[in-house]
Design a protein around this ligand. Structure first.
Ligand SMILES: [Zn+2]
Length: 426
């Protein structure tokens, strides 16, 4: 008799556990060859080699996963999927030599997306964001952080966060929502940033907190956007209302926003292209994760990338994320970001894999229940048609996802795999 609540995967070419208890300098991701993993309901019940499967798993449903590698479900810890419209014209303008900030000053940029997002209905916004988040899942994502920030009025920020709440209920992927009313200064507050910060602190944050629609509060700390003092005020107000701080810092200039975020105990400081050596050192000493977004530097054709190597060598925890957004990185391909992390920032394959699993979980305050294939954690598992994890980084912009499991349920099975099953049935 089969125990319906228990499933065991066998004969995985590699079970890439990313479990610190199994990691060593010779085996930096805790890889188990000919691996097996038992799922008990929604969580992981057992991990080991196929040969060692204990007797109590005999009644489980056995699934031979030969030819596949298994990783913890990938975690995209920085995305902006709730928006209307698109900005393909800016892509061309950049190719003709305009910079991101010049385009923003000329009426493009975030504010162009704000005007499109304000004008669409909840239902339209829901459908747009849903199709984008499904695309993230196709690359192996089982948990994603997602920000508001294209409404910039109390009502439209709430609308974006309500879209995320509805999507989190509808889709199997776990969506962790961030309020980012301080993404830009809306046109009606042009030249009056301080007044807009008042609105964010006195009206938006209390309303968002009361609705229970966000876990985090984020701010774009940058020249021409929000100063360090304004960013601090926003994040401290968020903290007072129970929203945990995160920050966009040092993307185009070094204002020391990341240092401020470390002082506030932020889970994560993101971008960091212009992070100083002092910033590297302070991040390495802290519990704040350095979340690097190489897709953005690549997409904006920037010369400088974040100092990943310096951060890693100093002992900082480094995560990688897509920064998926319509202006500076129109891609949900988290696997491509891992390869860019290696090619453009000198990360090693095992560092890039940790950066989208355990370290990304830490950047979201979730490493206690996900980010590694460890007994007791959520059974979020991404399976790829590859023979070693090195190949995941080696293929450029390809996608070998074969199956995606979230909390012990299969949520995506690739077309290739279904065709193979059809063939074997015929
Ligand atoms: Zn961002």
């Amino acid at each position: 008799m089969t125990d319906e609540s228990k499933i065991i995967f066998t004969h995985l070419s590699e079970l890439v556990t990313v479990d610190p208890a199994r990691m060593s300098s010779e085996n930096p991701l805790g890889v188990i060859p000919d691996g097996a993993i038992g799922i008990n309901g929604t969580t992981i019940g057992w991990v080991g080699t196929t040969r060692e499967i204990p007797d109590e798993w005999e009644e489980a449903q056995w699934i031979d996963q030969s030819g596949l590698i298994a990783l913890p479900g990938l975690i995209d810890s920085h995305t902006h999927p709730v928006f209307a419209g698109q900005r393909a014209d800016e892509f061309e303008a950049r190719l003709q030599g305009k910079t991101y900030l010049e385009i923003a000053q000329g009426g493009g940029g975030i504010l162009k997306t704000v005007s499109a997002t304000r004008s669409v209905s909840f239902d339209d916004l829901f459908l747009l964001a849903e199709s984008r988040i499904l695309e993230s899942m196709r690359f192996g994502v089982t948990t994603m952080e997602a920000k508001s920030g294209y409404g910039l009025t109390t009502a439209s920020e709430i609308k974006s966060l309500e879209v995320l709440k509805a999507l989190n209920e509808d889709l199997p992927v776990d969506i962790l929502p961030t309020f980012m009313g301080a993404h830009d200064i809306p046109p009606e507050y042009k030249g009056k940033t301080e007044d807009y910060v008042d609105l964010v602190c006195n009206e938006m944050i209390p309303a968002v907190a009361e609705s229970g629609l966000a876990q985090f509060c984020d701010v774009f700390c940058e020249q021409g956007y929000f100063s360090v003092a304004q960013s601090r005020r926003i994040l401290e107000t968020g903290l007072k209302y129970g929203l945990s701080p995160r920050i966009h810092a040092e993307e185009f200039s070094d204002l020391e926003g990341a240092i401020m975020a470390v002082e506030l105990g932020a889970y994560s400081a993101d971008h960091l292209l212009h992070l100083s050596d002092k910033g590297v050192h302070l991040l390495a000493e802290s519990d704040t994760v350095a979340t690097l977004l190489p897709g953005t530097a690549f997409y904006l054709r920037l010369k400088d990338y974040a100092p990943a190597r310096k951060l890693l060598d100093a002992g900082a925890t480094v995560a990688l994320a897509t920064d998926f957004n319509p202006g500076s990185c129109m891609s949900q391909n988290i696997q491509l970001m891992m390869t860019l992390g290696c090619l453009q920032m000198g990360m090693l394959p095992h560092e890039a894999i940790r950066a989208v699993t355990l370290n990304a979980a830490k950047a979201l305050g979730k490493s206690h229940d996900r980010g590694s294939l460890t007994v007791g954690k959520r059974a979020d598992i991404a399976l790829f048609s590859l023979s070693t994890y090195h190949e995941l980084l080696y293929h450029l912009g390809m996608n070998f996802l074969s199956q995606l499991w979230i909390e012990g349920e299969p949520v995506l099975i690739s077309e290739t795999e279904m065709q193979l099953e059809q063939t074997s049935l015929n």
